[in-house]
Design a binder for this molecule. Structure first.
Ligand code: HEC
Length: 96
């Protein structure tokens, strides 16, 4: 049993390091807490009008904001194991 757990943990760790994460999963575990409409200042998923001025800044600027934090958004958007590519994928998901 222990061995299985260890192997499972290794797999999880490896997949987190080697591959991009599933944007839906990242959104659900980290970003949805605020970007689901609970926090009025946070642009809501799928709310094109709210995202428009942010998208206009460019993807790099938005990834920067998440990585460093922006006002009420904490650094890394609470996803500690997200790469820049992961953020890009989730931002696409939220802003479309
Ligand atoms: C604790 C709440 C919180 C969490 C968790 C959070 N955000 Fe945010 N986010 C905010 C708030 C609030 C803003 C608006 C900040 C502002 O403009 O004052 C924001 C803004 C943004 C923006 C626009 C940045 C810009 O430059 O205008 C992006 C992109 C973003 N969030 C992505 C994410 C992603 C991706 C995640 C998950 C990995 C995430 N956020 C998690 C609260 C959160």
């Amino acid at each position: 049993m222990k061995k299985v757990l260890v192997a499972g943990a290794m797999l999880l760790w490896l997949s987190g390091v080697a591959n991009a994460q599933d944007p839906e999963a990242v959104y659900a575990k980290a970003c949805a807490a605020c970007h689901n409409g609970q926090l009025p200042m946070a642009p809501k998923r799928g709310d094109k009008a709210a995202w428009e001025p942010r998208v206009a800044k460019g993807m790099d600027a938005m990834v920067q904001s998440v990585t460093n934090g922006l006002n009420a958004m904490p650094p890394r958007g609470l996803c500690m194991d997200c790469s820049a590519e992961d953020y890009q994928a989730v931002i696409k998901l939220m802003s479309e």
